[in-house]
Design a binder for this molecule. Sequence first.
Ligand SMILES: Nc1ncnc2c1ncn2[C@@H]1O[C@H](COP(=O)(O)OP(=O)(O)OP(=O)(O)O)[C@@H](O)[C@H]1O
Ligand SMILES: [Mg+2]
Length: 250
Amino acid sequence: MLSANHKDSKGKILLKADGLERKFGGLTAVANFSFELCDGEILGLIGPNGAGKSTTFNLISGFIPPTSGKLSFLGQDISGKNATYISRMGLVRTFQHDSLLSDMSVADNIIIATTHRLKSTAARQEKMRETAKQTGLEDYLDVTAGSLPHGLQRMLSIAIALAAEPKVLCLDEPLTGLQGVEVGAALDLFEMIRSELGITILLVEHNMRAVMRICDRILVLNHGRLLAAGTPEEVSQNELVIEAYLGHKK
Ligand SMILES: Nc1ncnc2c1ncn2[C@@H]1O[C@H](COP(=O)(O)OP(=O)(O)OP(=O)(O)O)[C@@H](O)[C@H]1O
Ligand SMILES: [Mg+2]
């Protein structure tokens, strides 16, 4: 049977999905999807448009409940828990389409994300500055989020997620609309997030060159089902994956 588990991992399992399923009326967006996310890895989740990637993010982050199946995070059953509960436990996600508070400053967008972990104004300010620096936003603190160039808006989404001090960061197409240089900088940031901040990453992305470069393992979804799982090399040579996705990427 196709397994999406990390056989060789020494890292402990942080997130485990077991038979995850989500229906929207007659449509099964995610079907019997099981996988494990291990401490310290960058796990890619790829597949054609409509494959169920964002729905998977919505399920694991508590934005929508599963129709069936089980989710556990840090050894605790989180099936049916809401988004606030799950993010406070340390699983934080970004959105495919920006969800910034566009009339507010960069600084305030980030500070809001610090508020449930940090109580003092000084600590929140310090965290905000640290996170802005990590994401290249330190010179834009007073700029309103909506007037930032697109690439920096994507960075601000990541800054907001980082400010919540997650254990697991789920990134939904973070590279969309970025220029070549910006893609390189974003990948360097993801590497830093993993190696220096010790945050585990689940990455949904259509930029295959980036996915192949940065991911330790990749899961491939097709019509809501797991089609393949393996290293970038294994997945890129898998005939089913080439037929379903890589041959027709957008
Ligand atoms: N709230 C919803 N109500 C009804 N159908 C939905 C809902 N959310 C997602 N779907 C459907 O579920 C399927 C999976 O959608 P999803 O957004 O998870 O795909 P995706 O893999 O993220 O695609 P993309 O690469 O285009 O972002 C699609 O057919 C989509 O239309
Ligand atoms: Mg999506």
